[in-house]
Write a new protein. Structure first.
Length: 237
C-alpha cells in the first residue's frame, strides 16, 4: 500500500506544480496590462523612426486584443489600429500564422491545467480513502520537498542556459514547440517583433519565475503549517 500512497502523493504534487506553473504564466501576462505599457516605454517600441509609430493607448488596446485572441476569447487576429496617423491592419499574414500556433499552445496549456486540477482532486480523495489526515499531510509535505528539489534542479539549469545564451534558448524553445519557421520575423516589416523585442521576453521570463517561486513557497508554508497544527490533524514532529 505504501507504493500506492506515495504514487498518489506524487501525482497530487506534480499536478499541483503544473497548475502553479501555468497559472504563473497567466498571472504574468494577463493580470496587469500596465506591465505591457511599462515594457513598451522601456524599449521605446513605438518610436516615430520605426514601423509601429502609434499612440501608447492604441498600442495597449491592440495588445489586449491580441492577448484575448491567444486565450481563445477572440476568433481572429484581424485588428485595425491607427498607425502613422492612418487606420491600418496591425498584423501581417506571417504574424497571424505564427500567432495561431501560439494560440494553440496557450489553449492547450489551459486544458492541461484543467486536467491537472482534476488529478489534484482525484489523488487527494483517494488518499483520504486510504489514510488518516495526519498521515496525508506528512506524505504530501515530503512529496512537496522531493518535487521541489527536482524542479529546482531543472529551473536552475534553464536559468543558467538563458543567462549564458538567451537567444539560443529562445530559438530552441520555438523550434521545439513550432514545427514551421513562421516565428522567424523580420524587424523591417513585422510590428509584432518590434513591440516584443528580446528584452521583453527576458523580463517576462523573470516575472514568471518570481511569481512561480512565490506561489510554491506559499504552498510549502501552508503544507508545513497544516503538518504542524494539531487542530488540523497535524503533528509537532
Amino acid at each position: 500500500m505504501k507504493v500506492v500512497e506515495r504514487f498518489l502523493a506524487g501525482v497530487f504534487m506534480v499536478s499541483m506544480f503544473l497548475v502553479i506553473i501555468i497559472s504563473s504564466v497567466e498571472l504574468a501576462v494577463y493580470a496587469d496590462y500596465d506591465y505591457f505599457r511599462e515594457e513598451f516605454e522601456k524599449y521605446n517600441v513605438n518610436n516615430k523612426e520605426g514601423i509601429v509609430n502609434m499612440e501608447m493607448d492604441e498600442l495597449v488596446r491592440v495588445t489586449k486584443e491580441m492577448m484575448s485572441y491567444l486565450r481563445g476569447d477572440r476568433d481572429t487576429l484581424v485588428i485595425d489600429a491607427v498607425i502613422d496617423g492612418q487606420v491600418k491592419e496591425f498584423f501581417n499574414d506571417r504574424e497571424k500564422s505564427h500567432m495561431a500556433d501560439v494560440r494553440d499552445l496557450f489553449v492547450a496549456a489551459i486544458d492541461v491545467r484543467a486536467a491537472a486540477s482534476l488529478m489534484v482532486v482525484v489523488s487527494f480523495v483517494n488518499l483520504c480513502m486510504l489514510l488518516y489526515m495526519k498521515d496525508i499531510k506528512i506524505l504530501l509535505y515530503n512529496a512537496y520537498k522531493t518535487t521541489l528539489v527536482v524542479l529546482a534542479g531543472v529551473i536552475t539549469g534553464l536559468v543558467a542556459w538563458c543567462l549564458i545564451d538567451f537567444t539560443g534558448a529562445f530559438y530552441k524553445f520555438h523550434a521545439l514547440f513550432f514545427s514551421d519557421y513562421e516565428w522567424l520575423l523580420d524587424k523591417r516589416n513585422s510590428r509584432l517583433i518590434n513591440i516584443l523585442p528580446e528584452g521583453f521576453f527576458v523580463d517576462t521570463a523573470t516575472r514568471i519565475v518570481v511569481i512561480f517561486i512565490m506561489l510554491i513557497l506559499i504552498m510549502g508554508g501552508l503544507l508545513l503549517f497544516a503538518k504542524k497544527n494539531k487542530k488540523l490533524g497535524g503533528t509537532y514532529e
